[in-house]
Each structure stands twice: as structure tokens, then as C-alpha cells.
Design a protein around this ligand. Structure first.
Ligand SMILES: C[S@@+](CC[C@H](N)C(=O)[O-])C[C@H]1O[C@@H](n2cnc3c(N)ncnc32)[C@H](O)[C@@H]1O
Length: 251
């Protein structure tokens, strides 16, 4: 798992793509929420991009879960400052081991599944946490994400860039979710372009986000030079917002 605790303080400054994704997912999900604000869970809430939107609905309850204490503490500060009167709780836990005490009408998870070790196993568990007719709203980065970085790295080194983050196509995600008992209700996709002042600034920011390489072999001087030369300053993020329901649910 990427160590988000080390990045928490800088996360809000560099996470524009994640913020866009959370916003798109929130908007897409609104049609699927009942008029009476339900019990909500935000998995991998981070510093609260999505949690704050969810809190603005004044839900019956809002549970926010993250594996990083530091990310959670920033989320907590924002919830305390903006929504002191709604019922929210924070859980410092690994989503892949979490056992909630209650069931939810809507479970959200934005910009987080790319870090899971076993997505199908997580989905099998999450299905049991949902009330009948509940939705699972997932924001993910598609496989075209950071294609410029992957291309430049390959050109500079002759090797594929290895990353811990797993980015899937929409079709692949649909198939994984379907096998785990979820049917896609609706999806929306777009490419978000993030621009930087220079290739160095890009690499630094992407590093702070925790999405750049974890290649075992460090770059030699020549490779690093070539990478900086071939790396541009615009980077694509493929944003996928998806609403799923458990298969056995009646609509
Ligand atoms: C890229 S951030 C996204 C945060 C937030 N959802 C947003 O839209 O900004 C990913 C978050 O997932 C959390 N995370 C990663 N793996 C996790 C896991 N197994 N269980 C819970 N949280 C996890 C990280 O600590 C981090 O806060």
C-alpha cells in the first residue's frame, strides 16, 4: 500500500484530478439517493474531498474510513469546521479488513480502488455492507491515466514503468464488478488534463500524490536525462465515475 500518511499534508495542494473525480462521482450519484438522506460510507475518504460533499446532504449518518491516520485527521478538521451538527464518524482501518457495525444505503469509494491488493475480495465484503437497493458509487482512474509518463519512461529506459497503483479500463472494471455480484447502472468518463510548469515539477507533484513509479531498478544518469527531455508538462487522467447495484436488488 502506498504510504499516504507521509503525503497527507501536501495532498490537498496536488490532488486536483482526485477532486474532479470526487465531484463527478458525487453529481452522478445524486439521482440514485432517496429523498430522505440515507446512511453513507466513504471508503478511502482521504482528506475529505467527497466526504464534505456527502456531509452537505445532511445524511442520516456519514461514516468515513481511511487507512491513514494523517489523512483522516485532515478530514476530521474539515468536517468539524463545516458540519459540526451532522452525525459523522471516522474509522482508521484497512478497507480490505473492515467490518462495519451497520449497513449502508450508499457506499462511496473514490480514487482508492487502485491501491487495493484484492479488489474482488473487497467487493465481496462490501456487498454484505449494503442495504437492499443500496448503491456502490465508485470513482476510478482508467487505464489511459498518465499515459504520457508511461510512454516517456519506456522511451527513456526501454522498460515499462512499474507502479503500485492499478489502473483498469471501464470494461475490465465492469467485468470485475459483475463477477463480484454488481451490475453497472450508469457511468460517466472524461479525460482531465493536469498541466505543470516543468517536467521536474510534474514528477515532484506526481510523487507527492503517490502515483509515480516503484520500479525496483533506479534510473541511471543517462535515463534520467532522457526522461526529463521526453516528458512534457501535460498529463492525462482518465476519470471514471460508476454507479453499481447488487445484482439481486430489485429496482
Ligand atoms: C488518492 S486518495 C483519495 C482520497 C479521497 N477519496 C479523494 O477523493 O481525495 C486514496 C486514499 O485511499 C486510502 N487508502 C488506500 N488504501 C486503503 C485501504 N486499503 N483501506 C482504506 N483506505 C485506503 C489512502 O490512505 C488515501 O487517503
Amino acid at each position: 500500500m502506498q504510504n499516504f500518511s507521509l503525503k497527507a499534508a501536501k495532498y490537498d495542494l496536488v490532488s486536483k484530478p482526485q477532486e474532479e473525480l470526487a465531484e463527478g462521482l458525487f453529481e452522478l450519484s445524486l439521482d440514485y439517493l432517496p429523498d430522505t438522506p440515507p446512511a453513507l460510507l466513504d471508503i478511502g475518504c482521504g482528506t475529505g474531498h467527497l466526504s464534505l460533499d456527502l456531509a452537505s446532504l445532511f445524511p442520516k449518518s456519514l461514516d468515513c474510513l481511511d487507512i491513514s491516520k494523517e489523512m483522516l485527521s485532515i478530514c476530521k478538521e474539515k468536517l468539524q469546521a463545516n458540519f459540526p451538527n451532522i452525525k459523522w464518524q471516522l474509522f482508521e482501518n484497512d478497507a480490505e479488513n473492515f467490518e462495519p457495525n451497520e449497513k449502508y444505503d450508499a457506499i462511496y469509494c473514490s480514487a482508492t480502488i487502485q491501491w487495493f491488493d484484492n479488489l474482488p475480495a473487497f467487493l465481496a465484503r462490501a456487498k454484505k455492507w449494503m442495504n437492499q437497493n443500496g448503491i456502490l458509487a465508485v470513482g476510478a482512474f482508467g487505464e489511459k491515466t498518465l499515459c504520457e509518463l508511461h510512454k516517456a519512461y519506456l522511451e527513456a529506459t526501454g522498460r515499462q514503468l512499474e507502479t503500485k497503483a492499478k489502473f483498469y479500463s471501464l470494461d475490465k472494471l465492469k467485468s470485475i464488478f459483475k463477477k463480484s455480484g454488481f451490475e453497472l447502472e450508469e457511468s460517466a468518463e472524461c479525460i482531465y488534463t493536469q498541466s505543470f510548469e516543468s517536467p521536474i515539477a510534474a514528477l515532484k507533484t506526481l510523487g507527492n500524490m503517490g502515483v509515480t513509479g516503484v520500479s525496483k531498478k533506479p534510473l541511471n544518469r543517462e535515463e534520467a536525462k532522457k526522461l526529463k527531455e521526453s516528458l512534457g508538462t501535460n498529463f492525462s487522467w482518465e476519470l471514471l465515475a460508476m454507479i453499481f447495484r447488487g445484482k439481486e436488488s430489485s429496482l
